[in-house]
Ligand binder design. Sequence first.
Ligand code: 13P
Ligand code: SF4
Length: 329
Amino acid sequence: MTAPIRENLSGLDLRAEIERLRKERNAVILAHYYQKPEIQDLADFVGDSLELSRKAAETDADVIAFCGVKFMAETAKILSPQKTVILPDMDAGCSLEDSCPPEQFKRFREQHPDHIALTYINCSAAVKALSDIIVTSSSAETIISQIPESQKIIFGPDRHLGGYLNRKFGREMLLWPGVCIVHEAFSETELLKLKAQHPDAPVAAHPECPPHIVDHADYVGSTSGILQFAKSFPGDTLIVATEPHIIHQMELALPEKTFIGAPGADGNCNCNICPYMALNTMEKLYLALRDLKPQIEMDEDLRLAARKSLDRMLDMASGTVGKGDLGRA
Ligand code: 13P
Ligand code: SF4
């Protein structure tokens, strides 16, 4: 359980304090597009999972303050072990990671010894260590197209991303049955109502969405891919089927356009906000920078084992920022 903040921080100018500590600690603040706007606004870099991994690997800061979820901060530690990696709230997990316990994944692999494991980055370090190649939603297409068609593949833990890749590439990857609780919550009925109200608005969807949402999308891609689509589509209104905090970057870049988050089941719920990402707050970021905790720590053997599959991704995906995405033609 997330520990409540016991100190009274109400008199503090949190933004100024974070700026001060960032300099004092020689820290870099990395944030995912699903973070609250105030955190995105003060981050040194905002990006998707692949871009954030690359930034974590190349930074010369002493401290990485990772405003995202735990598997992302763990990835930073795997790639930059000499750095102090802090995550404002250590309970910031991910339903995909939770769906894939390492011992069950190991058994699944053992049942299919002629398959390689292509694994979505949304998983624990232990599952990365059991995998051959990691992918993110922005590198999956480039990577899968480098794997011979005759090679049998296990894909986990996101069955919707895996299913999307199977359909797009005519593959028959065996799918682990995990889902993202956030993207699973979008309602087809409500999306169709919204499309009827905005008949000229295209739909951009993340491939973690189930097929009944992706099938209505004009563009399917990672968060950075969706952001690029938002910057280039010719109309004035876009329906966005991913976690709605990304709309902040769209509104900053294109204040004259309208971005509408795709609805959940009752048309008006908050179920499409990632509850894990939302655990990070300005208060917790301030405390993490001040106290250098919570910190990501990792057994060195586990780190080295997990690093192999991540390095394969970085090698195979090189040059894919902004292209090689899952964008629908
Ligand atoms: P991206 O790699 O597209 O940023 O996705 C990360 C994620 O967790 C989406 O739910
Ligand atoms: Fe995990 Fe879904 Fe949250 Fe992304 S949006 S971190 S996949 S629970």
